[in-house]
Write a protein that binds this ligand. Structure first.
Ligand code: NAD
Length: 505
Protein backbone atom coordinates (compact mmCIF):
# COMPACT_ATOMS: atom_id res chain seq x y z
CA UNK A 1 0.00 0.00 0.00
CA UNK A 2 1.45 3.37 -0.99
CA UNK A 3 2.00 6.33 1.26
CA UNK A 4 -1.10 6.74 3.40
CA UNK A 5 -2.80 10.08 3.32
CA UNK A 6 -4.13 11.64 6.48
CA UNK A 7 -7.90 11.83 6.45
CA UNK A 8 -7.96 14.85 8.72
CA UNK A 9 -5.69 16.82 6.34
CA UNK A 10 -7.47 15.68 3.25
CA UNK A 11 -10.91 16.66 4.53
CA UNK A 12 -9.88 19.54 6.79
CA UNK A 13 -11.92 21.95 4.65
CA UNK A 14 -15.00 19.77 4.71
CA UNK A 15 -16.59 16.69 3.16
CA UNK A 16 -18.94 18.34 0.66
CA UNK A 17 -18.01 18.51 -3.02
CA UNK A 18 -20.26 21.03 -4.72
CA UNK A 19 -19.68 22.71 -8.08
CA UNK A 20 -16.13 21.36 -8.18
CA UNK A 21 -15.16 22.71 -4.76
CA UNK A 22 -14.52 20.94 -1.46
CA UNK A 23 -16.29 22.79 1.35
CA UNK A 24 -17.87 22.42 4.75
CA UNK A 25 -21.53 21.61 5.31
CA UNK A 26 -23.74 24.29 6.79
CA UNK A 27 -26.17 22.22 8.84
CA UNK A 28 -24.52 23.33 12.07
CA UNK A 29 -24.04 19.70 13.06
CA UNK A 30 -20.84 17.69 13.20
CA UNK A 31 -20.55 14.05 12.18
CA UNK A 32 -17.92 11.71 13.60
CA UNK A 33 -16.44 9.13 11.26
CA UNK A 34 -15.29 6.18 13.35
CA UNK A 35 -12.79 3.48 12.45
CA UNK A 36 -14.88 0.41 13.31
CA UNK A 37 -11.77 -1.71 13.80
CA UNK A 38 -10.67 0.38 16.78
CA UNK A 39 -13.60 2.55 17.80
CA UNK A 40 -11.46 5.68 17.29
CA UNK A 41 -12.90 8.83 15.74
CA UNK A 42 -10.81 9.40 12.61
CA UNK A 43 -12.42 12.69 11.63
CA UNK A 44 -15.33 14.94 12.47
CA UNK A 45 -16.85 16.94 9.63
CA UNK A 46 -19.72 19.40 9.22
CA UNK A 47 -22.82 17.67 7.86
CA UNK A 48 -24.60 19.02 4.80
CA UNK A 49 -27.88 20.78 5.45
CA UNK A 50 -30.70 21.60 3.09
CA UNK A 51 -28.95 24.78 1.85
CA UNK A 52 -25.98 22.66 0.73
CA UNK A 53 -28.36 20.34 -1.12
CA UNK A 54 -29.88 23.38 -2.84
CA UNK A 55 -26.40 24.58 -3.87
CA UNK A 56 -25.44 21.14 -5.17
CA UNK A 57 -28.64 20.80 -7.21
CA UNK A 58 -28.11 24.32 -8.60
CA UNK A 59 -24.54 23.40 -9.60
CA UNK A 60 -25.79 20.21 -11.28
CA UNK A 61 -28.56 22.12 -13.07
CA UNK A 62 -26.09 24.73 -14.34
CA UNK A 63 -23.72 22.02 -15.61
CA UNK A 64 -26.48 20.02 -17.33
CA UNK A 65 -26.82 21.81 -20.71
CA UNK A 66 -23.09 21.70 -21.41
CA UNK A 67 -22.66 18.07 -20.35
CA UNK A 68 -25.83 16.86 -22.08
CA UNK A 69 -24.73 18.74 -25.20
CA UNK A 70 -21.29 17.10 -25.31
CA UNK A 71 -21.02 14.41 -27.94
CA UNK A 72 -21.06 10.78 -26.80
CA UNK A 73 -17.44 10.59 -27.91
CA UNK A 74 -16.48 13.54 -25.69
CA UNK A 75 -18.23 12.01 -22.68
CA UNK A 76 -16.61 8.68 -23.43
CA UNK A 77 -13.14 10.25 -23.60
CA UNK A 78 -13.68 11.94 -20.24
CA UNK A 79 -14.81 8.67 -18.65
CA UNK A 80 -11.82 6.79 -20.07
CA UNK A 81 -9.55 9.40 -18.46
CA UNK A 82 -11.59 9.03 -15.26
CA UNK A 83 -10.99 5.27 -15.25
CA UNK A 84 -7.26 5.93 -15.59
CA UNK A 85 -7.20 8.41 -12.70
CA UNK A 86 -9.12 5.94 -10.51
CA UNK A 87 -6.59 3.23 -11.37
CA UNK A 88 -3.68 5.55 -10.54
CA UNK A 89 -5.27 6.35 -7.16
CA UNK A 90 -6.08 2.69 -6.38
CA UNK A 91 -4.03 2.58 -3.18
CA UNK A 92 -5.58 5.79 -1.85
CA UNK A 93 -9.08 4.50 -2.47
CA UNK A 94 -8.38 1.09 -0.96
CA UNK A 95 -6.86 2.68 2.13
CA UNK A 96 -9.70 5.15 2.68
CA UNK A 97 -12.38 2.51 2.08
CA UNK A 98 -10.75 0.10 4.53
CA UNK A 99 -10.35 2.85 7.10
CA UNK A 100 -13.93 4.14 7.07
CA UNK A 101 -15.61 0.72 6.69
CA UNK A 102 -13.18 -1.68 8.42
CA UNK A 103 -13.01 -3.82 5.26
CA UNK A 104 -9.96 -6.08 4.97
CA UNK A 105 -7.50 -4.45 2.63
CA UNK A 106 -7.44 -7.58 0.48
CA UNK A 107 -11.14 -7.03 -0.21
CA UNK A 108 -10.77 -3.34 -1.07
CA UNK A 109 -7.68 -3.88 -3.25
CA UNK A 110 -9.02 -6.96 -5.05
CA UNK A 111 -12.74 -6.22 -5.24
CA UNK A 112 -13.98 -2.71 -4.43
CA UNK A 113 -11.35 -0.70 -6.28
CA UNK A 114 -10.79 -2.84 -9.41
CA UNK A 115 -14.57 -3.24 -9.73
CA UNK A 116 -14.93 0.53 -9.66
CA UNK A 117 -12.23 1.08 -12.28
CA UNK A 118 -13.83 -1.54 -14.51
CA UNK A 119 -17.23 0.10 -14.11
CA UNK A 120 -15.77 3.43 -15.25
CA UNK A 121 -14.20 1.73 -18.28
CA UNK A 122 -17.49 -0.04 -19.08
CA UNK A 123 -19.55 3.17 -18.96
CA UNK A 124 -16.89 5.00 -21.01
CA UNK A 125 -17.72 2.47 -23.73
CA UNK A 126 -21.46 2.55 -23.11
CA UNK A 127 -21.49 6.35 -23.54
CA UNK A 128 -21.04 5.82 -27.27
CA UNK A 129 -23.99 3.42 -27.55
CA UNK A 130 -26.85 5.67 -26.64
CA UNK A 131 -29.25 4.70 -29.36
CA UNK A 132 -32.97 4.32 -30.05
CA UNK A 133 -34.14 0.97 -31.32
CA UNK A 134 -36.68 2.03 -33.95
CA UNK A 135 -36.47 4.19 -37.06
CA UNK A 136 -38.59 3.89 -40.17
CA UNK A 137 -41.98 4.38 -41.84
CA UNK A 138 -44.42 2.73 -39.42
CA UNK A 139 -47.22 4.79 -41.06
CA UNK A 140 -47.13 5.20 -44.83
CA UNK A 141 -47.14 8.98 -44.46
CA UNK A 142 -44.57 9.39 -41.72
CA UNK A 143 -41.02 8.65 -40.73
CA UNK A 144 -40.49 7.93 -37.03
CA UNK A 145 -37.41 7.51 -34.95
CA UNK A 146 -36.54 7.25 -31.28
CA UNK A 147 -34.13 9.52 -29.48
CA UNK A 148 -32.67 8.53 -26.13
CA UNK A 149 -32.06 11.71 -24.17
CA UNK A 150 -30.57 12.46 -20.78
CA UNK A 151 -33.13 13.35 -18.14
CA UNK A 152 -31.53 16.16 -16.14
CA UNK A 153 -30.35 16.31 -12.55
CA UNK A 154 -30.31 12.93 -10.80
CA UNK A 155 -30.45 12.71 -7.01
CA UNK A 156 -28.84 9.60 -5.54
CA UNK A 157 -28.75 8.23 -2.02
CA UNK A 158 -26.29 5.45 -1.14
CA UNK A 159 -25.57 3.10 1.80
CA UNK A 160 -22.41 2.51 3.83
CA UNK A 161 -21.59 -1.09 2.94
CA UNK A 162 -19.79 -0.44 -0.37
CA UNK A 163 -19.48 3.36 -0.46
CA UNK A 164 -17.04 3.52 -3.38
CA UNK A 165 -18.81 0.94 -5.52
CA UNK A 166 -22.21 2.43 -4.76
CA UNK A 167 -20.95 5.86 -5.84
CA UNK A 168 -19.67 4.26 -9.05
CA UNK A 169 -22.89 2.34 -9.70
CA UNK A 170 -25.00 5.47 -9.25
CA UNK A 171 -22.81 8.13 -10.83
CA UNK A 172 -21.28 6.41 -13.87
CA UNK A 173 -24.40 5.41 -15.85
CA UNK A 174 -26.02 8.75 -15.02
CA UNK A 175 -23.15 10.88 -16.33
CA UNK A 176 -22.33 8.54 -19.23
CA UNK A 177 -25.87 9.18 -20.46
CA UNK A 178 -25.39 12.97 -20.21
CA UNK A 179 -27.07 13.69 -16.87
CA UNK A 180 -25.57 15.53 -13.94
CA UNK A 181 -25.88 14.22 -10.40
CA UNK A 182 -25.96 14.96 -6.70
CA UNK A 183 -25.07 11.93 -4.58
CA UNK A 184 -25.62 11.65 -0.86
CA UNK A 185 -23.40 8.95 0.63
CA UNK A 186 -24.16 7.46 4.03
CA UNK A 187 -23.02 10.10 6.49
CA UNK A 188 -20.76 7.65 8.34
CA UNK A 189 -18.74 6.77 5.20
CA UNK A 190 -18.37 9.93 3.07
CA UNK A 191 -14.70 9.90 2.11
CA UNK A 192 -14.41 7.69 -0.95
CA UNK A 193 -17.49 9.24 -2.59
CA UNK A 194 -15.90 12.68 -2.30
CA UNK A 195 -12.58 11.29 -3.58
CA UNK A 196 -14.46 9.71 -6.50
CA UNK A 197 -15.87 13.12 -7.50
CA UNK A 198 -12.44 14.73 -7.10
CA UNK A 199 -10.91 12.09 -9.39
CA UNK A 200 -13.58 12.90 -11.99
CA UNK A 201 -12.63 16.57 -11.80
CA UNK A 202 -8.96 15.66 -12.24
CA UNK A 203 -9.93 13.64 -15.32
CA UNK A 204 -11.53 16.73 -16.81
CA UNK A 205 -15.24 16.23 -16.15
CA UNK A 206 -16.71 19.73 -15.85
CA UNK A 207 -17.43 21.17 -12.41
CA UNK A 208 -21.01 20.59 -11.32
CA UNK A 209 -21.44 17.32 -13.24
CA UNK A 210 -20.78 15.28 -10.06
CA UNK A 211 -21.65 16.73 -6.65
CA UNK A 212 -21.46 15.03 -3.25
CA UNK A 213 -23.50 16.14 -0.24
CA UNK A 214 -22.47 14.31 2.91
CA UNK A 215 -25.52 14.71 5.08
CA UNK A 216 -28.01 12.81 7.18
CA UNK A 217 -30.91 10.89 5.66
CA UNK A 218 -33.96 12.57 7.15
CA UNK A 219 -32.87 16.13 6.27
CA UNK A 220 -30.29 16.22 3.42
CA UNK A 221 -31.56 12.91 1.96
CA UNK A 222 -35.25 13.78 1.99
CA UNK A 223 -34.55 17.31 0.76
CA UNK A 224 -32.61 15.90 -2.20
CA UNK A 225 -35.27 13.34 -3.13
CA UNK A 226 -38.04 15.92 -2.94
CA UNK A 227 -36.14 18.74 -4.62
CA UNK A 228 -38.17 20.20 -7.51
CA UNK A 229 -35.15 20.31 -9.84
CA UNK A 230 -34.28 16.64 -9.28
CA UNK A 231 -35.95 14.61 -12.02
CA UNK A 232 -34.81 11.13 -11.03
CA UNK A 233 -34.00 9.49 -7.71
CA UNK A 234 -31.72 6.49 -7.55
CA UNK A 235 -31.67 4.98 -4.07
CA UNK A 236 -29.75 2.05 -2.61
CA UNK A 237 -30.42 1.11 0.99
CA UNK A 238 -32.86 -0.69 3.22
CA UNK A 239 -36.39 -1.54 2.16
CA UNK A 240 -37.80 0.56 5.03
CA UNK A 241 -36.05 3.76 3.95
CA UNK A 242 -36.77 2.89 0.31
CA UNK A 243 -40.49 3.03 1.10
CA UNK A 244 -40.09 6.54 2.54
CA UNK A 245 -38.07 7.64 -0.50
CA UNK A 246 -40.78 6.23 -2.78
CA UNK A 247 -43.46 8.23 -0.93
CA UNK A 248 -41.55 11.46 -1.48
CA UNK A 249 -40.74 10.66 -5.10
CA UNK A 250 -44.38 9.79 -5.78
CA UNK A 251 -45.50 13.17 -4.51
CA UNK A 252 -43.14 14.98 -6.89
CA UNK A 253 -43.62 12.50 -9.80
CA UNK A 254 -39.90 11.79 -9.89
CA UNK A 255 -38.56 8.80 -11.79
CA UNK A 256 -37.45 6.22 -9.25
CA UNK A 257 -34.88 3.45 -9.07
CA UNK A 258 -34.77 1.44 -5.83
CA UNK A 259 -32.08 -1.08 -4.89
CA UNK A 260 -33.20 -2.42 -1.51
CA UNK A 261 -32.53 -5.16 1.00
CA UNK A 262 -31.94 -8.85 0.40
CA UNK A 263 -32.07 -12.24 2.10
CA UNK A 264 -30.41 -14.47 -0.46
CA UNK A 265 -31.13 -18.21 -0.38
CA UNK A 266 -28.39 -20.75 -1.08
CA UNK A 267 -30.04 -23.92 -2.39
CA UNK A 268 -28.01 -27.14 -2.30
CA UNK A 269 -29.44 -30.20 -4.09
CA UNK A 270 -28.34 -33.69 -3.12
CA UNK A 271 -26.15 -34.18 -6.20
CA UNK A 272 -24.10 -31.01 -5.54
CA UNK A 273 -20.34 -30.98 -5.13
CA UNK A 274 -20.37 -30.75 -1.33
CA UNK A 275 -16.88 -29.29 -1.06
CA UNK A 276 -17.74 -26.54 -3.54
CA UNK A 277 -21.01 -25.83 -1.71
CA UNK A 278 -19.29 -25.59 1.68
CA UNK A 279 -16.58 -23.25 0.40
CA UNK A 280 -19.13 -21.21 -1.53
CA UNK A 281 -21.38 -20.85 1.52
CA UNK A 282 -18.59 -19.58 3.75
CA UNK A 283 -17.30 -17.10 1.16
CA UNK A 284 -20.81 -16.07 0.12
CA UNK A 285 -22.08 -15.48 3.65
CA UNK A 286 -18.99 -13.77 5.10
CA UNK A 287 -17.95 -11.41 2.30
CA UNK A 288 -17.69 -7.88 3.69
CA UNK A 289 -18.61 -9.36 7.10
CA UNK A 290 -21.97 -10.36 5.63
CA UNK A 291 -22.82 -6.70 5.01
CA UNK A 292 -23.66 -7.40 1.41
CA UNK A 293 -27.18 -7.20 0.06
CA UNK A 294 -26.59 -10.38 -1.99
CA UNK A 295 -24.77 -12.35 0.74
CA UNK A 296 -25.88 -15.94 1.31
CA UNK A 297 -28.04 -15.83 4.42
CA UNK A 298 -30.30 -18.92 4.27
CA UNK A 299 -28.83 -22.22 3.12
CA UNK A 300 -31.36 -24.93 2.24
CA UNK A 301 -29.64 -28.29 1.96
CA UNK A 302 -31.29 -31.46 0.71
CA UNK A 303 -31.42 -34.01 3.51
CA UNK A 304 -28.68 -36.46 2.31
CA UNK A 305 -26.05 -33.66 2.33
CA UNK A 306 -27.33 -31.72 5.34
CA UNK A 307 -25.06 -33.08 8.11
CA UNK A 308 -21.92 -32.94 5.97
CA UNK A 309 -22.75 -29.37 4.91
CA UNK A 310 -23.31 -28.14 8.47
CA UNK A 311 -20.12 -29.68 9.81
CA UNK A 312 -18.08 -28.54 6.78
CA UNK A 313 -19.30 -24.95 7.02
CA UNK A 314 -18.75 -24.81 10.80
CA UNK A 315 -15.23 -26.17 10.44
CA UNK A 316 -14.30 -23.74 7.67
CA UNK A 317 -15.89 -20.75 9.45
CA UNK A 318 -13.68 -21.47 12.45
CA UNK A 319 -10.55 -21.03 10.29
CA UNK A 320 -11.54 -17.52 9.14
CA UNK A 321 -9.05 -14.98 10.52
CA UNK A 322 -10.56 -11.90 12.14
CA UNK A 323 -8.13 -9.05 12.55
CA UNK A 324 -6.71 -5.67 11.65
CA UNK A 325 -8.17 -4.69 8.25
CA UNK A 326 -4.72 -3.44 7.17
CA UNK A 327 -3.04 -6.78 7.83
CA UNK A 328 -2.95 -8.48 4.39
CA UNK A 329 -3.70 -11.85 5.99
CA UNK A 330 -6.92 -10.70 7.66
CA UNK A 331 -9.99 -12.43 6.22
CA UNK A 332 -12.75 -10.70 8.15
CA UNK A 333 -12.91 -7.15 9.46
CA UNK A 334 -15.34 -5.62 11.94
CA UNK A 335 -18.92 -4.68 11.19
CA UNK A 336 -19.57 -1.06 10.25
CA UNK A 337 -20.23 0.14 13.81
CA UNK A 338 -20.66 -1.03 17.35
CA UNK A 339 -24.38 -0.26 17.15
CA UNK A 340 -24.73 -2.44 14.07
CA UNK A 341 -22.67 -5.23 15.68
CA UNK A 342 -25.03 -5.15 18.67
CA UNK A 343 -28.02 -5.31 16.35
CA UNK A 344 -26.57 -8.41 14.64
CA UNK A 345 -25.79 -9.98 18.02
CA UNK A 346 -29.41 -9.31 19.04
CA UNK A 347 -30.72 -11.44 16.16
CA UNK A 348 -28.43 -14.32 17.16
CA UNK A 349 -29.19 -14.01 20.87
CA UNK A 350 -32.94 -14.10 20.23
CA UNK A 351 -32.43 -17.15 17.97
CA UNK A 352 -30.89 -19.08 20.87
CA UNK A 353 -34.44 -19.41 22.18
CA UNK A 354 -35.61 -21.43 19.16
CA UNK A 355 -32.47 -22.59 17.30
CA UNK A 356 -28.92 -23.81 17.82
CA UNK A 357 -25.83 -21.65 17.38
CA UNK A 358 -23.33 -24.18 15.99
CA UNK A 359 -20.35 -21.83 15.87
CA UNK A 360 -19.71 -18.12 16.47
CA UNK A 361 -22.45 -16.12 18.13
CA UNK A 362 -20.11 -13.82 20.02
CA UNK A 363 -17.67 -10.95 19.73
CA UNK A 364 -13.99 -11.79 20.01
CA UNK A 365 -12.05 -10.38 22.93
CA UNK A 366 -8.33 -9.71 23.27
CA UNK A 367 -6.79 -7.32 20.76
CA UNK A 368 -10.09 -7.04 18.88
CA UNK A 369 -12.28 -6.18 21.87
CA UNK A 370 -12.36 -2.45 21.06
CA UNK A 371 -13.55 -3.02 17.48
CA UNK A 372 -17.03 -3.84 16.19
CA UNK A 373 -16.11 -7.45 15.44
CA UNK A 374 -18.43 -10.44 15.43
CA UNK A 375 -17.46 -14.05 14.83
CA UNK A 376 -18.68 -15.99 11.79
CA UNK A 377 -21.90 -17.57 12.97
CA UNK A 378 -23.79 -20.67 11.89
CA UNK A 379 -27.33 -21.33 13.09
CA UNK A 380 -29.34 -24.51 12.60
CA UNK A 381 -32.76 -25.70 13.72
CA UNK A 382 -34.58 -22.41 13.03
CA UNK A 383 -38.08 -22.58 11.57
CA UNK A 384 -38.74 -21.10 8.14
CA UNK A 385 -40.95 -18.39 9.63
CA UNK A 386 -38.47 -17.41 12.37
CA UNK A 387 -36.87 -13.98 12.54
CA UNK A 388 -33.37 -15.24 11.74
CA UNK A 389 -34.60 -16.84 8.49
CA UNK A 390 -36.92 -14.03 7.41
CA UNK A 391 -35.22 -10.73 8.42
CA UNK A 392 -32.22 -9.05 6.85
CA UNK A 393 -29.47 -9.30 9.49
CA UNK A 394 -26.61 -7.82 7.45
CA UNK A 395 -23.87 -9.59 9.38
CA UNK A 396 -21.70 -12.75 9.24
CA UNK A 397 -24.59 -15.07 10.08
CA UNK A 398 -25.78 -18.06 8.05
CA UNK A 399 -28.86 -20.12 8.91
CA UNK A 400 -29.03 -23.67 7.51
CA UNK A 401 -32.28 -25.61 7.05
CA UNK A 402 -32.85 -29.08 5.55
CA UNK A 403 -35.35 -29.87 2.78
CA UNK A 404 -36.61 -33.06 1.13
CA UNK A 405 -38.11 -32.62 -2.34
CA UNK A 406 -36.95 -30.21 -5.05
CA UNK A 407 -40.41 -28.58 -4.91
CA UNK A 408 -39.95 -27.88 -1.22
CA UNK A 409 -36.44 -26.42 -1.68
CA UNK A 410 -37.57 -23.99 -4.37
CA UNK A 411 -40.66 -23.02 -2.38
CA UNK A 412 -38.56 -22.25 0.73
CA UNK A 413 -36.03 -20.29 -1.34
CA UNK A 414 -38.85 -18.02 -2.55
CA UNK A 415 -40.45 -17.68 0.88
CA UNK A 416 -39.31 -14.23 2.08
CA UNK A 417 -40.41 -10.77 0.98
CA UNK A 418 -37.03 -10.22 -0.71
CA UNK A 419 -35.81 -11.18 -4.19
CA UNK A 420 -32.37 -9.76 -4.85
CA UNK A 421 -30.13 -12.76 -5.39
CA UNK A 422 -29.95 -16.55 -4.94
CA UNK A 423 -27.71 -19.47 -5.79
CA UNK A 424 -28.37 -23.09 -6.70
CA UNK A 425 -25.88 -25.92 -6.31
CA UNK A 426 -26.21 -29.10 -8.37
CA UNK A 427 -24.50 -31.00 -11.19
CA UNK A 428 -27.85 -31.69 -12.89
CA UNK A 429 -28.60 -29.20 -15.65
CA UNK A 430 -32.36 -29.87 -15.48
CA UNK A 431 -32.54 -29.20 -11.75
CA UNK A 432 -30.52 -26.00 -12.03
CA UNK A 433 -32.52 -25.02 -15.09
CA UNK A 434 -35.79 -25.39 -13.21
CA UNK A 435 -34.48 -23.57 -10.14
CA UNK A 436 -33.10 -20.64 -12.14
CA UNK A 437 -36.48 -20.28 -13.86
CA UNK A 438 -38.61 -20.55 -10.72
CA UNK A 439 -36.58 -18.60 -8.16
CA UNK A 440 -37.82 -15.04 -7.97
CA UNK A 441 -34.64 -12.99 -7.74
CA UNK A 442 -32.80 -10.48 -9.90
CA UNK A 443 -29.71 -12.71 -10.04
CA UNK A 444 -29.39 -16.50 -9.72
CA UNK A 445 -25.91 -18.03 -9.61
CA UNK A 446 -25.29 -21.68 -10.43
CA UNK A 447 -22.52 -23.34 -8.41
CA UNK A 448 -21.20 -19.99 -7.20
CA UNK A 449 -22.47 -17.07 -5.10
CA UNK A 450 -21.43 -13.37 -5.18
CA UNK A 451 -19.47 -12.58 -8.39
CA UNK A 452 -20.64 -9.49 -10.25
CA UNK A 453 -19.48 -8.02 -13.54
CA UNK A 454 -19.94 -4.61 -15.13
CA UNK A 455 -21.71 -5.99 -18.22
CA UNK A 456 -24.51 -7.71 -16.26
CA UNK A 457 -27.43 -6.06 -14.43
CA UNK A 458 -27.81 -6.01 -10.66
CA UNK A 459 -31.19 -5.34 -9.12
CA UNK A 460 -34.09 -6.85 -7.28
CA UNK A 461 -37.46 -8.51 -7.56
CA UNK A 462 -40.23 -8.12 -4.93
CA UNK A 463 -39.31 -6.04 -1.85
CA UNK A 464 -35.70 -5.83 -3.04
CA UNK A 465 -36.78 -3.01 -5.34
CA UNK A 466 -36.80 -2.26 -9.04
CA UNK A 467 -34.39 -0.91 -11.60
CA UNK A 468 -30.91 -2.13 -12.43
CA UNK A 469 -27.40 -1.05 -11.54
CA UNK A 470 -24.43 -1.71 -13.86
CA UNK A 471 -24.77 -2.95 -17.47
CA UNK A 472 -26.57 -1.37 -20.40
CA UNK A 473 -29.86 -1.85 -18.51
CA UNK A 474 -28.84 0.72 -15.90
CA UNK A 475 -27.53 3.04 -18.61
CA UNK A 476 -30.95 3.03 -20.25
CA UNK A 477 -32.68 3.87 -16.97
CA UNK A 478 -30.87 7.18 -16.86
CA UNK A 479 -32.32 8.23 -20.22
CA UNK A 480 -35.76 9.09 -21.45
CA UNK A 481 -37.16 7.97 -24.75
CA UNK A 482 -38.56 10.47 -27.23
CA UNK A 483 -40.56 9.54 -30.32
CA UNK A 484 -39.94 11.98 -33.20
CA UNK A 485 -42.47 11.72 -36.06
CA UNK A 486 -42.08 13.50 -39.43
CA UNK A 487 -44.82 14.03 -41.95
CA UNK A 488 -43.61 12.82 -45.36
CA UNK A 489 -46.50 14.06 -47.54
CA UNK A 490 -46.07 17.84 -47.42
CA UNK A 491 -49.89 17.94 -47.84
CA UNK A 492 -51.70 20.67 -45.84
CA UNK A 493 -54.78 18.45 -45.59
CA UNK A 494 -53.89 15.06 -44.11
CA UNK A 495 -56.06 12.01 -44.64
CA UNK A 496 -56.69 11.57 -40.92
CA UNK A 497 -58.12 15.14 -40.55
CA UNK A 498 -61.49 13.80 -41.64
CA UNK A 499 -61.91 12.24 -38.22
CA UNK A 500 -62.03 15.79 -36.84
CA UNK A 501 -63.57 17.89 -39.63
CA UNK A 502 -64.99 17.46 -43.15
CA UNK A 503 -65.24 14.36 -45.31
CA UNK A 504 -62.69 12.10 -46.97
CA UNK A 505 -60.80 14.25 -49.56
P1 NAD B 1 -30.30 2.75 5.03
O1 NAD B 1 -31.55 2.51 4.27
O2 NAD B 1 -30.37 2.95 6.47
O3 NAD B 1 -29.57 4.06 4.45
C1 NAD B 1 -29.25 4.18 3.08
C2 NAD B 1 -29.09 5.66 2.76
O4 NAD B 1 -30.34 6.31 2.93
C3 NAD B 1 -28.09 6.41 3.65
O5 NAD B 1 -27.37 7.34 2.85
C4 NAD B 1 -29.00 7.14 4.62
O6 NAD B 1 -28.42 8.31 5.16
C5 NAD B 1 -30.17 7.47 3.73
N1 NAD B 1 -31.43 7.76 4.40
C6 NAD B 1 -31.84 7.34 5.63
N2 NAD B 1 -33.07 7.83 5.89
C7 NAD B 1 -33.44 8.55 4.79
C8 NAD B 1 -34.61 9.29 4.45
N3 NAD B 1 -35.65 9.39 5.30
N4 NAD B 1 -34.66 9.89 3.26
C9 NAD B 1 -33.62 9.79 2.38
N5 NAD B 1 -32.49 9.12 2.66
C10 NAD B 1 -32.41 8.50 3.85
O7 NAD B 1 -29.31 1.58 4.62
P2 NAD B 1 -27.85 1.29 5.16
O8 NAD B 1 -27.97 0.79 6.56
O9 NAD B 1 -26.97 2.47 4.88
O10 NAD B 1 -27.38 0.12 4.17
C11 NAD B 1 -27.74 -1.20 4.33
C12 NAD B 1 -28.96 -1.53 3.47
O11 NAD B 1 -28.68 -1.26 2.10
C13 NAD B 1 -29.32 -2.99 3.53
O12 NAD B 1 -30.72 -3.13 3.63
C14 NAD B 1 -28.82 -3.53 2.20
O13 NAD B 1 -29.46 -4.70 1.75
C15 NAD B 1 -29.08 -2.38 1.31
N6 NAD B 1 -28.26 -2.46 0.10
C16 NAD B 1 -28.87 -2.82 -1.07
C17 NAD B 1 -28.12 -2.95 -2.23
C18 NAD B 1 -28.77 -3.34 -3.54
O14 NAD B 1 -28.11 -3.25 -4.56
N7 NAD B 1 -30.03 -3.77 -3.54
C19 NAD B 1 -26.76 -2.68 -2.21
C20 NAD B 1 -26.17 -2.31 -1.00
C21 NAD B 1 -26.94 -2.20 0.15
Amino acid sequence: MGERFQVRDRFAVGAQFIGGRLRAGTSGRGQDVVNPATGEVIHTYALAGTADVDDAVAAALAAFPGWAGATPGERSDALHRFASVLAERADDFAYAESLQCGKPVKLTTEFDVPGTVDNAAFFAGAARHLEGVSAGEYSADHTSYVRREPIGVVGSVAPWNYPLQMAAWKILPAVAAGNTIVLKPAEITPFTSVMFAQAAQEAGLPDGVINIVSGAGPDAGEHLVGHPDVVMTSFTGSTGVGRRVAEIATATVTRLHLELGGKAPFLVFDDADIEAAVQGAVAGSLINSGQDCTAATRAYVQRPLYEAFVSGVAELMETVRLGDPFDPSTDLGPLISHAHRDRVAGFVDRARGYARVVTGGSAPGGDLAAGAYYRPTLVTGAAQDSEIVQSEIFGPVLAVLPFDSDDEGIRLANDTPYGLAASVWSRDVYRTGRATREIKAGCVWVNDHIPIISEMPHGGYKASGYGKDMSSYSFEEYTQVKHVMYDNTAEPRKDWHRTVFGDRP
